[in-house]
Design a protein around this ligand. Structure first.
Ligand code: GLN
Length: 539
């Protein structure tokens, strides 16, 4: 294999322009030409990982196979490229400094002053090259969080400058900027882009390609103007118009030749043409549904659309697979109570109760589950959602009136959800949950077996509490079955109710594994069941 090429994606003007989607789309295009690609995110905050961040701060925390708690952009990388990411694919300033400071304490720099340049930048460089050094990838695409000009991003931009200088054509820089439309002037404005490139130049980085996020087409002459002011070729100015769905962006970038520009800049062969047939089929199904359903997503972070990113995207994948539009209705669990539950939840074809932590909104989640169970509405409980289903069943079916999780009530008489044994000695909060992939043995003659069509599955986890096995017999006698068990530790992974059209709670997070190429079977079948529910619509 030829030397790995390093592509950097840096943002300018404002945040939230979609660097993650542009990076993932480029990866998809290069893959579709037969290249192997890894995607990586560098985050300039000082948390060692985003696991300790509230979703309001940073959206969902995404979990990789190897148990890293990472930025949600890694979810996009996997959903687009279908290649699993790992700890190495997300770097934060906190993790970089941690390594350097630990080395300093060990005496690795004995006699020297430890500085941002070269010690921090060398560590960043090492983290970027880890993926390239595996020899598995033609391209490593590294997205740099934040916006050019941020104080926090400086060491990363300096690292890009050094690598571009050292590696020449083995390296290319994409700058994603905003070209705003000023309604009063009736014009698109290039000045913010010019200023942003100037800021980048002050740090010694000349972008090779400028991707312009815009609401309207860049009219004639505008690309030339940007090219002239920013020292790039006109063909290297790429229009990135707002898209109806993020899954359209790879096709839009193909139209704009983002892939060929990158191949040209990095002296890579241009002979293969991209094969995106499967992607196009997916998009066609997504955009031409023959039916639609409404699913309630009950959670406590509903004000922020990124908080349940992977769940929402899993519904998109399942929607294409079923050729059925899924309207996800976000429902605040704190707004649901015993009196208004039926009013708020009526008309839904399915209910998903979301993952989460802590007491807030718990009783609303339990009410929503009761409603789904009693009215035979398809129900999927994810992690805390499964735990709430267990509590609800304990309270309302078995008769354990005060059943609870010890996360919410330490003194409950019926601790049906309890802290895992291995968690009892742990004091620290960062990276200490049960994280990443674990095997699950599925029981035959269960609904989940019919769905997975296999006895052995592997799913990703992020939790501290588990089903308390002391109660298992009672539950199974009352009709809630442990349909999946971790074979090594005997932990309950899946609970289902037999006497219900579709009622499944999972201790793991299926949403982390759903991709365009491989929609998750649980989500696909859940949407199928909601369609079924619509046909026999009762409440
Ligand atoms: N708070 C629960 C636990 O720690 C559930 C976590 C989750 O939903 N990810 O077990």
């Amino acid at each position: 294999m030829a030397r790995t090429k390093y592509i950097f994606v840096v943002g300018g003007v404002v945040s939230s322009l979609g660097k993650g989607i542009i990076s993932a789309s480029l990866a998809k295009l290069l893959q579709s030409r037969g290249f192997s690609v890894a995607l990586q995110k560098l985050d300039p905050y000082i948390n060692v990982d985003p696991g300790t961040l509230n979703p309001y701060e940073h959206g969902e925390c995404y979990v990789t196979e190897d148990g890293a708690e990472t930025d949600l952009d890694l979810g996009h990388y996997e959903r687009f490229s279908n290649v699993p990411t790992s700890q190495a694919n997300n770097v934060t300033t906190g993790s970089v400094y941690k390594t350097v400071i630990e080395k300093e304490r060990k005496g690795d720099y004995l006699g020297h002053t430890v500085q941002v340049i070269p010690h921090i930048t060398d560590e960043i460089k090492r983290r970027i090259k880890i993926l390239g050094k595996t020899g598995k990838y033609d391209f490593v695409i590294t997205e740099i969080g934040g916006t050019v000009g941020d104080i926090e991003s400086l060491p990363y931009i300096e690292t890009v400058r050094q690598m571009r200088w050292e590696m020449g054509r083995d390296c290319a820089v994409i700058h994603l900027t905003l070209v705003p439309y000023l309604a009063a002037a009736g014009e698109l404005k290039t000045k913010p882009t010019q200023h942003s490139v100037k800021t980048l130049l002050e740090s010694g980085v000349q972008p090779d390609i400028i991707v312009c996020r815009t609401e309207r087409p860049l009219y004639n002459g505008l690309k030339d103007k940007i090219a002239k002011f920013c020292n790039v070729e006109p063909s290297s100015v790429i229009e990135a118009r707002d898209a109806e769905t993020i899954y359209e962006v790879p096709l839009m970038m193909r139209e704009e030749n983002l892939d060929t520009e990158i191949l040209r800049k990095t002296m890579m062969p241009l002979d293969n043409s991209p094969d995106l047939q499967k992607w196009e089929e997916f998009l066609y199904k997504l955009k031409n549904p023959s039916d639609e359903v409404t699913i309630g997503l009950v959670g406590k972070y509903v004000e922020l659309k990124d908080a349940y990113k992977s769940i929402n995207e899993s519904f998109v994948h399942a929607s294409a697979a079923n050729e059925c539009k899924v309207n996800v209705k976000l429902i605040h669990s704190e707004h649901i109570n015993k009196k208004n539950g039926a009013e708020i939840l009526k008309g839904l074809n399915g209910i998903l109760v979301a993952p989460g932590f802590g007491e807030r909104g718990i009783e609303g989640k339990i009410e929503a589950i009761k409603f789904a169970r009693e009215n035979k509405i398809p129900f999927l409980g994810v992690c805390l959602g499964m735990q709430c289903a267990v509590i609800e069943f304990g309270r309302n079916v078995i008769g354990y009136k005060s059943a609870h999780s010890t996360e919410m009530n330490l003194d409950t008489k019926y601790p049906v959800i309890d802290l895992m044994e291995e968690q009892k000695k742990i004091k620290g909060m960062g990276g200490t949950m049960r994280l990443g992939k674990y095997p699950c043995k599925v029981k035959k003659s269960t609904n989940v077996y019919n769905i997975y069509q296999t006895l052995n599955v592997s799913e990703r986890h992020r939790h501290r509490y588990e089903f308390n096995n002391e109660y298992l017999e009672e539950y199974e006698n009352a009709g809630m079955t442990a349909a999946g068990i971790n074979p090594n530790e005997n932990l309950v992974e899946i609970m289902e109710i037999k006497d219900h059209p579709w009622f499944i709670g999972v201790q793991f997070h299926p949403e982390y594994k759903s991709t365009v190429a491989k929609p998750h079977p649980l989500f696909v079948d859940f949407v199928r069941a909601t369609l079924e529910n619509k046909k026999n619509y009762t409440v």
